[in-house]
Ligand binder design. Structure first.
Ligand SMILES: *[C@@H]1O[C@H](CO)[C@@H](O)[C@H](O)[C@H]1NC(C)=O
Ligand SMILES: *[C@@H]1O[C@H](CO)[C@@H](O)[C@H](O)[C@H]1NC(C)=O
Ligand SMILES: *[C@@H]1O[C@H](CO)[C@@H](O)[C@H](O)[C@H]1NC(C)=O
Length: 320
């Protein structure tokens, strides 16, 4: 089985390497592999856990394909942190271009049609189109009009991946963006931003409708497997709600607060000043935090998400 991954920082395992990229700075990677590896976490990210659930190794990052040798048998990860279906503020390839890279490797026989017989593609889209839209001065009103455009482009991308011959496809529903530390720090990590979460729900509804329609078509044509939504929204909420009940995965002392954060608004996790002084604080025990930085879960966070009833059901669907 081969895994091909497209998208952003929730899935990237090393592609976004330029001089100043955050995920290549200390303390990223302190839990795994022990130094920065381009993952936006203290350790493993969703791609790693997805690969594990499929019983394969995490696929090599596209960036390192030349050093991959027989590692190519697990597929390839084309995801770049910071990207979206459209161009964002990140200087990295958008999803269209990531799929172009994949297509090129099919054309030069790096991967063959028989490789794709047993293949899964995971598409991670967790909100960079929207943060870029707001950063460019977009309003909440405008967001309502932009959301359908993002979902349409996402569906175009998914259909293209399918047409290239990939058998099974999963795609993320948006996590509750209004609950990320980036959104809650103004109120000391106490309350989610409901305005933002409502926009998220609209995106997820449109995505659900579009995928239902595609899957209905697939069933009627007897043409491959249905596309599976990886429901990060409900998985995140289940972790937030378990907090305080004795059950399951929520051994997190800190649910809303990030482990690693800049000392003030001008800095972020991993920032140093001109003299190399640390301009961030990092917690003692990342295992007791759900969020690593202002946007991304810790490895323990990802582990708990993957173990949640919601994602277990999604992953079962993907493998059936
Ligand atoms: C993706 O990036 C390419 C190359 O920069 C650009 O030509 C294309 O318009 C972008 N696609 C979308 C959907 O934004
Ligand atoms: C919630 O997020 C929106 C962006 O979608 C922003 O305009 C608004 O100011 C935020 N509200 C609060 C209370 O932070
Ligand atoms: C599936 O498609 C058929 C015909 O295209 C339609 O009649 C039916 O209502 C659809 N079902 C769903 C659940 O959308």
């Amino acid at each position: 089985e081969k895994l091909f991954v497209f998208g952003d920082s929730y899935a990237d395992t090393g592609n976004n390497r330029i001089s100043n990229s955050q995920s290549w700075k200390i303390p990223y990677g302190i839990t795994f592999p022990g130094k920065p590896s381009g993952r936006f976490s203290d350790g493993r990210v969703f791609t790693d856990f997805l690969a594990k659930s499929l019983g394969i190794r995490s696929p090599v990052a596209y960036k390192f394909r030349r050093y991959a040798n027989n590692h190519l048998k697990y597929g390839m990860n084309f995801a770049y942190g910071g990207t979206g279906v459209f161009d964002t503020t990140a200087p990295y390839p958008n999803m269209t271009t990531q799929i172009d890279f994949f297509e090129r490797l099919l054309n030069d026989n790096t991967f063959t049609p028989s490789d794709l017989q047993h293949s899964i593609a995971h598409v991670s889209l967790v909100g960079n189109d929207y943060s870029a839209f707001l950063a460019r001065g977009g309003t909440n009103q405008g967001l309502q009009n932009f959301i359908p455009q993002v979902v349409s482009q996402l569906v175009v991308d998914i259909q293209r991946i399918k047409k290239l011959g990939v058998k099974k496809i999963s795609v993320t529903a948006l996590q509750p963006l209004g609950c990320l530390p980036r959104s809650t720090k103004e109120n000391s990590f106490q309350r989610c931003n409901d305005t933002y979460n409502k926009a998220v729900m609209f995106h997820n509804l449109l995505l659900q409708q579009a995928i239902t329609k595609l899957n209905n078509q697939t069933t009627q044509d007897h043409h491959g497997s249905p596309i599976v939504i990886i429901d990060l929204y409900n998985a995140f909420l289940s972790i937030f709600q378990e907090k305080g009940t004795q059950q399951g995965s929520s051994d997190f002392d800190n649910i809303m607060k990030p482990c690693c954060t800049g000392i003030n608004q001008n800095y972020y996790c991993g920032s140093v000043d001109d003299k190399g002084n640390k301009m961030y604080t990092v917690c003692q025990d990342p295992k007791s935090y759900f969020f690593w930085d202002e946007v991304h879960p810790t490895q323990a966070g990802w582990e708990a998400l993957t173990r949640s009833t919601t994602l277990q059901a999604n992953l079962d669907d993907l493998q059936s």
